[in-house]
Design a protein around this ligand. Sequence first.
Ligand code: VGL
Ligand code: ZN
Length: 201
Amino acid sequence: MKTLLIIDVQNDFMPTGSLPVPNGDKIVSIINEIQPKFDLVIATQDWHPEDHISFASNHNGASPFDEIEIKGQPQTLWPNHCVQGSKEAKLHPKLNTLKCESIFRKGTDKEIDSYSAFYDNGHLKSTGLAGYLKEKGTTQLFLCGLAADICVYYSIRDAVKEGFDCFFIEDASEALDNEGFKKIKKEMVDMGVKIISSKFI
Ligand code: VGL
Ligand code: ZN
């Protein structure tokens, strides 16, 4: 059973947003085209409270993209983004969500960041997504969205650990840092992830 997991295709990750992913808007039409090929389509939203610890603005003297430690865990500080209820946290207006059965939200706890759609960065709390997908009968999980090197990547790592047969749809995803993403792609292949084009679904 084939499931498509669309990660964080939100306004703040578009070229006009506060945490822009280069070419983030180019993937929307590709994601719309492939949705009919899946038995189940699920999307996620990064969904932070205003006082979230990942925002540089909530740390005195810090700047976006600083790397700090919080409770012994590395944390990149980001510009304010995807604030709960804001226009910028909405999915891209052209993303077709008619076939989306559920939207999972993450990063809702102000104390901890959550790159993966499955667990927070400390692996302390589950979003319930793994259980949901299994109960729905998912065997093959296709992932796409933003940002390929952060939230898509962390979601793929957890999905592999959860036992799903994982496919990364390369042309339906864009990375924040394309240089660093080359290494991440090699890691994905080593984990057994199949890197594919939307043309071959
Ligand atoms: C993301 C940085 C911070 C993402 C979310 O969706 O890739 N990146 N929060
Ligand atoms: Zn975030």
